[in-house]
Design a protein around this ligand. Structure first.
Ligand code: G3I
Length: 318
């Protein structure tokens, strides 16, 4: 088995997957690799299931992009991760600036989550129902949801998602919770309180947007600590960026860093799988966001495997 998903499965994981995005699907060489289910057993839409894409105006749902990814996954025999129901970003202004009272915003969340999750009922392995609820200092993000409903918006979204697709695993997904941090502590406290209140929650997604040579310490212990709270975990958006230009030394360190992350998931039974946030540098989100940085993915701009590929293999074999 040389495909990363085949290796992951042979080691007891559910999947190794990749994010993708609709504009990339006209690139036939790209799609050929993406669609090989021995390489990728799971895909996540990078943008097309977000609120701005799926409900751009209140009650007006738009499924073109989301359906395209769901159908691609189905056709390829790949699992699908839904991303996402409730997030402060890529939120249409009718939601963020609507000045709704709590009852109205509750109903807006319920309608959005149940319609979105319900559309793909039976097709989605796991949903990022709530994305990025915390600031890096561990306080709640004061977005429209929190400001109007307090922490209760999380329960509202999770309950709506559970009703819409009882078989889907429901996740909360965030970054900078891969090692010990104030944000990690807040996320663990949230898991405890939701579990104590019997709110449906199945998993925590640790995004894994890292910098070469700067991985947090203790990823494996941290994954285990989450699973001890009664949830599964997944690495949901892995990429490891560097300051450009890439050098042989940076690529070697990147390979080691990929190996470290994969081996941490491999070592923890409740870590079900790993998703990279697109597989090639050609379509990575990093350069547009962090000027002068990039080369974060295991395949280069020309869809050629980098040393990071072998790091992933080594991680699963560790
Ligand atoms: O849709 C518009 C298009 O109409 C316009 O012409 C174009 C011009 O810039 O922009 C398009 O929107 C872009 C959108 O992606 C769709 O391509 C936004 O500018 C761009 O900011 C947006 O970036 C996405 C980013 O989330 C936004 O926060 C990235 O592609 C996507 O990979 C990234 O993914 C997030 C996860 O959802 C959550 N975790 C972090 C991760 C990385 O930021």
């Amino acid at each position: 088995a040389t495909g990363l998903n085949a290796i992951a499965k042979s080691k007891g994981k559910l999947y190794f997957g990749s994010a993708t995005d609709n504009p990339e699907l006209t690139d036939t060489a790209y799609v050929k690799i993406l669609s090989d289910n021995t390489m990728f057993g799971q895909i996540t839409p990078g943008n097309s299931m977000k609120w701005d894409a799926t409900e751009p105006a209140r009650g007006q749902f738009s499924w073109t992009g989301a359906d395209q990814i769901a159908n691609l996954a189905k056709g390829n025999g790949q699992l699908l991760r839904g991303h996402n129901c409730v997030w402060y970003s890529q939120l249409p202004s009718w939601v963020s600036s609507g000045n709704f009272d709590s009852a109205t915003l509750t109903s807006i969340i319920q309608t959005h989550c149940s319609t979105l999750v319900g559309r793909y009922k039976g097709e989605v392995y796991s949903w990022d129902v709530v994305n990025e609820p915390f600031n890096d200092d561990g306080t709640w993000r004061t977005d429209v949801f929190y400001n109007t409903l307090g922490t209760n918006y999380v329960n509202i979204a999770l309950q709506a998602a559970r009703t819409a697709d009882p078989a889907a695993k429901l996740y909360i997904n965030d970054y900078n919770i891969e090692g010990p941090s104030a944000k990690t502590t807040s996320m663990m406290n949230l898991v405890k309180s939701l579990k104590a209140a019997n709110v449906p929650l199945d998993g925590i997604g640790l995004q894994g947007h890292f910098i070469v040579g700067e991985l947090p310490q203790g990823i494996e212990d941290n994954l285990r600590a989450f699973t001890a709270l009664g949830v599964e975990v997944a690495i949901t958006e892995l990429d490891i960026r560097m300051t450009l230009p890439s050098t042989a030394a940076l690529l070697a360190q990147q390979s080691k860093d990929y190996q470290t992350v994969i081996s941490a998931c491999q070592a923890v039974e409740g870590c079900v799988g790993v998703t990279i946030w697109d597989y090639t540098d050609k379509y990575s989100w990093v350069p547009q966001t962090f000027s002068g940085q990039g080369a974060a993915c295991p395949w280069d701009q020309n869809l050629v495997e980098k040393p990071a590929f072998q790091g992933i293999v080594n991680g699963f074999n560790s």
